[in-house]
Design a protein around this ligand. Structure first.
Ligand code: C5P
Length: 233
């Protein structure tokens, strides 16, 4: 399976996003569209980026009753996204319904991955707010196994959890990991970070990188550096 760097295009509109990507000239990086960009630019931004030749991870983290998620996934699948996601907390039934919705009439579908526990949630808040008193590693592993049971392709998790997820769900079960920083870079609000090379060693299949690329003085050079560190030994 192809490992890759996905750029988190956390911009508040289509114009800024397209101007940012125009800097990459002939290159077509894999991009992530999150809620901010999707809610401001609408579904057209997905169509436009697909038309321009990018692969698109649509990071909208659905979580609702199975029927609503199924129908919404059918809409997202029709936009041509390559990866969609949802919250594993929505249950196995919701994840199965999502897969049904995603499957296009010709049998193809985007990859579907599940958010286990958000990296902004720690054990203390999980216990206090969610009444989950198991260790984080166990919860993440259990949610990943539920996602696998439902037929999903992988999970979004911290690179620190990638190895445990692969051990529980197999090496072909995808781990898509944000929280990546260069060794000499600014951490921003991310707390538990790894460098691209560390993420590779930890077994991440895709790293999601935002500000280290989008806020760099030379975003193209930062992207190339990320690719090199993540893909090369
Ligand atoms: O700028 P930065 O590299 O921190 O961007 C990381 C991206 O990954 C953001 O779009 C953020 O919303 C997303 N993300 C994350 N942690 C998660 C899930 C998604 O940082 N657990």
């Amino acid at each position: 399976m192809a490992k890759d760097v996905i750029i988190a295009c956390d911009f508040d509109g289509a114009e800024k996003t397209l101007a940012f990507l125009d800097q990459f000239k002939g290159k077509k990086p894999f991009v992530k569209i999150g809620m901010e960009l999707f809610y401001s630019a609408g579904p057209d931004i997905v169509r436009e980026l697909k038309k321009r030749g990018h692969k698109v991870f649509l990071d909208l983290k659905l979580h609702d009753i199975p029927n609503t998620v199924k129908k919404s996934m059918a809409v997202l699948s029709g936009l041509g996204a390559d990866i969609c996601n949802l919250h594993a907390a929505g249950t196995v039934a919701m994840m199965k319904a999502a897969l049904e919705g995603l499957t296009r009439p010709d049998g193809t579908r985007p990859l579907l991955i599940a958010v286990t526990q958000l990296t902004s949630t720690d054990e203390e808040s999980m216990k206090r707010d969610l009444l989950i008193d198991k260790p984080m590693a166990e919860v993440v592993k259990h949610y990943a196994m539920n996602a696998k049971l439902a037929g999903l392709d992988g999970v979004v998790c911290s690179p620190l959890e990638a190895d445990g997820v692969h051990k529980a769900c197999g090496k072909d079960f995808l781990t898509v990991t944000p929280g990546v920083r260069f060794a000499d870079g600014d951490k921003g609000d991310q707390k538990r970070v790894m460098t691209p090379a560390e993420a590779r060693k930890a077994g991440s299949d895709y790293i999601v990188v935002g500000r280290p690329i989008t806020a760099a003085a030379d975003p193209v050079a930062a992207y190339e550096r990320c690719l090199k560190e993540f893909l090369e030994d």
